[in-house]
Design a protein around this ligand. Sequence first.
Ligand code: C5P
Length: 398
Amino acid sequence: MRKHILLGISGGIAAYKSGELVRLLKKQGHEVSVVMTRSAAEFVAPATFQALSGNPVLLDTHDNALGNGMAHINQTRAADVMLIAPATANTIAKIAGGVADNLLTTQAAARTCPLAVAPAMNVAMWNNPANQRNIRQLCADGVAVFGPAAGEQACGEIGQGRMLEAVELADLLPDLWTPKSLQNKKVLITAGGTFESIDPVRGITNLSSGQMGIALARACRAAGAEVSLVYGQIQSAIPIGLHRSEQAISAQQMYDAVHRLLSGQDVFISVAAVADYRVKNAQEHKIKKTASGSPPVIELTENPDILASVAALPNAPFCVGFAAESQNVLAFAREKRIRKNVPLLVANNTALAMGQSTNQVILLSDDAETELPLMSKTDTAAAIVQELARLLARTKGV
Ligand code: C5P
């Protein structure tokens, strides 16, 4: 979804990361306008942001680049969201106090769109009681605070105050315009493929990349849920802003992790491609080639079905299952939804789904079968969340 993002840059060394942020947002198809404080322009030249955004960069209230001298109104009305990154302690304090003494802070005051700040400052400045008071004030005023992260700082000190990375800010930004259809819900998600050891260096796994589960974790977070993620083998980064995430390699480890984290969850979404069988006679040492050339015999035994075990609990959370099939997708999916006793099942074709960044799914519940078009896993995840929210609201009778 194409959005107009107003990016405010205040004067911190983290301003160098904002160039990468503009590039990422443009790559995602968004329109970006940049407004800088005078001190931000001491760190990175406005021409950098002009070139990356493709739009004129505005610097101060007397800047007339938008024609009628009403940049504080015009630009904020055109924007869907305003993000200030980096947000210095000074700019945060001004916004918390309603001060509007340069174009950036005037726009923050004049905007009608949502605002997020990405603080960037020294650890002592971050912990300073006045700054903490200002951050609490921003939160109370409905401003989103992204980060900061802890780590090594430009000044050489270590602690909280580092601005989040550009990729993390770009990940969090869509949360500002996503409807909060899962507000106050706790969602547990499994993602990725499991790995069953044959010996210390070999194992049985599958082609799952984890992208669908990761996209769902993001979509649930964006919809306001508290997300816990249990992941096996995945090829994408864990999203920022999850309540917790932990790795579980084998099906049994994933089963144990899911049941340990299950208490209090409202929803369980089982996206992981879990091995149906594990090796019964897994070897402690690497299996050697025999002189006779006869191959080793690998015996299999059945793994527990995580989804079915959760769905069978007396106080089961609302369960969402996936069915990845290479043939008879709809027929197998219908049967699986009933057999595993899940209210929502997402059916997909292995050839179109596994390892791809796109997917084409059918959503099956007791009152609807909805075929979605081939689209990105991000858009597919958003559609699944929408259907999940509809079914949850129906369950509650609201
Ligand atoms: O039976 P099948 O493996 O096709 O079912 C797929 C669904 O069941 C997925 O939601 C998957 O995460 C889940 N599953 C599971 N535990 C297993 C096998 C599959 O939770 N051992």
